[in-house]
Design a protein. Structure first.
Length: 429
């Protein structure tokens, strides 16, 4: 398979061209012949014009690429090596929603042939590839796993907004259903991953490795958020404490904040779901999730209390939230916890506006039923800087004075302005 892909005698297909799939497809397209498939026809239209809808990749990234972008199933019949890179979200009950993954698996199954390879990159719980996906491939294709086609799992490690830790320079974990498949899959990925690959002993190990990467971060951030709750009561700044503690060589540097997005805020629920099936209540992981999920409410309630203490009725108060994406320097709004703050403030009767220099207005309106503002609309009793986009780092006290009323509070959730605000009522996590 590796040799034929390299000689362009066989084609590689990437199913799902979002922030994970597109960089993979373009990287391989500089080495092999690639079919980029996505069910979103609007996205395909933009990609054909060398425009990344996620605004992560420049037009130049599309140069010298042997790639066909398509939303047509028939085009996938020309491929023999399939990489599935679709989202794995959670539902309203915080349970794994495998709908996109199973749908993509069904798509591949319809064009699967003897000798083909299918590699899954979507983040899942250990066992999902073999227990949920492979049966779908077999049932629809009529082929037999291992005998007729091979399967592997290689978890994505793309970090949105990060220009340093890219596909090429981060070690890639790969796994296969047998030794032969593992070696072929590893060699294929080595074409585009300069940092090399780590050969996991099984598909389940590779799945588990991915799921704990974000779970570990989630639990550590939860500890910081809990410490923030404590230090707020003690009237000391959490970031000051962390700066002091961080002078010790083995102190782990994590920070408090809103934990959203489609990775850290989602992946732990896949692991706790699987744990519950095994009769295990994952106490630490669940506790961490509870703390992080409650931070939006904590922020809003703290700020409302500050206004009430100053004699301001919440129902006559006005607030501005600066930043709407789930993290800094990205356009992605999925599972952004900023909207938890928004809705909690609204529940107290506060009039709330949101502005963001990167988020797409139409997407925000569709996803959250919130109309983004282009500019501030006067004076506010609360201003919350929720996301640390680079463009916000230059804001100073003079600017915030133009936004706040005499009793106004500046909430700096990322501690961007620590030590720079001297006259305003300043609060951070």
């Amino acid at each position: 398979m590796y040799n034929k892909l390299l000689k362009k005698e066989k084609k590689l297909a990437v199913i799902g061209l979002g922030y994970v799939g597109l960089p993979i497809a373009l990287a391989f397209a500089k080495k092999t012949s690639v079919i980029g498939f996505d069910i979103n026809s609007k996205r395909i239209g933009m990609l054909k014009k060398s425009i990344d809808p996620s605004k992560e990749l420049a037009k130049s990234e599309f140069d010298d690429c042997d790639i066909q972008f398509t939303d047509q199933l028939d085009d996938l019949k020309k491929a023999e090596f399939f990489i599935v890179a679709v989202p794995t979200p959670i539902d309203t009950y915080k349970r794994p929603d495998l709908t996109p993954l199973i749908s993509a698996t069904e798509t591949v199954a319809k064009v699967l042939k003897k000798g083909d390879y299918v590699i899954f990159e979507s983040t899942v719980y250990p066992g999902c590839t073999e227990e949920d996906c492979i049966p779908v491939l077999e049932k629809i294709s009529g082929l037999k796993f291992r005998k007729d086609f091979m399967v592997g799992y290689s978890p994505e490690r793309i970090n949105p907004g990060d220009k340093n830790h890219t596909l090429n320079n981060v070690v890639k974990v790969v796994s296969g259903c047998c030794d032969e498949a593992l070696e072929e899959i590893a060699k294929v990925y080595e074409l585009v991953v300069g940092a090399g690959v780590h050969r996991a002993p099984s598909i389940k190990v590779a799945e588990a490795a991915k799921i704990i990467e974000n779970t570990q971060r989630d639990v550590n951030i939860a500890l910081m958020n809990e410490l923030s709750l404590i230090f707020d009561k003690l009237n000391i700044n959490t970031y000051d404490v962390l700066e002091a503690a961080g002078t010790k060589w083995n102190f782990l540097k994590f920070y408090p904040g809103l934990v959203g997005g489609h990775c850290i805020g989602v992946d732990p629920y896949y692991l706790t779901y699987k744990a519950s099936q095994l009769g295990i209540h994952a106490k630490v992981i669940n506790s961490g999730r509870e703390i992080n999920d409650d931070m939006g409410e904590h922020v809003a309630q703290t700020l409302v209390k500050k206004l009430v203490a100053k004699g301001k009725e919440p129902t006559s108060a006005k607030a501005l939230i600066i930043g709407a994406t789930f993290k800094e320097n990205v356009t992605d709004i999925r599972n952004s916890k900023v909207y938890d703050v928004y809705h909690e403030l609204k529940s107290f009767g506060v009039s709330v506006e949101i502005m963001d220099s990167l988020a797409d207005k139409e997407e925000v309106l569709h996803e959250y039923k919130v109309q983004l503002q282009d500019q501030p609309s006067g004076k506010y009793d609360i201003v919350i800087v929720a996301v640390s986009h680079d463009g916000y780092k230059s804001f100073d006290e003079k600017y915030f004075k133009t936004l706040l009323t005499d009793i106004g509070v500046l909430a700096d959730l990322k501690s961007l302005y620590r030590g720079k605000i001297h006259e305003l009522d300043y609060w951070s996590l």
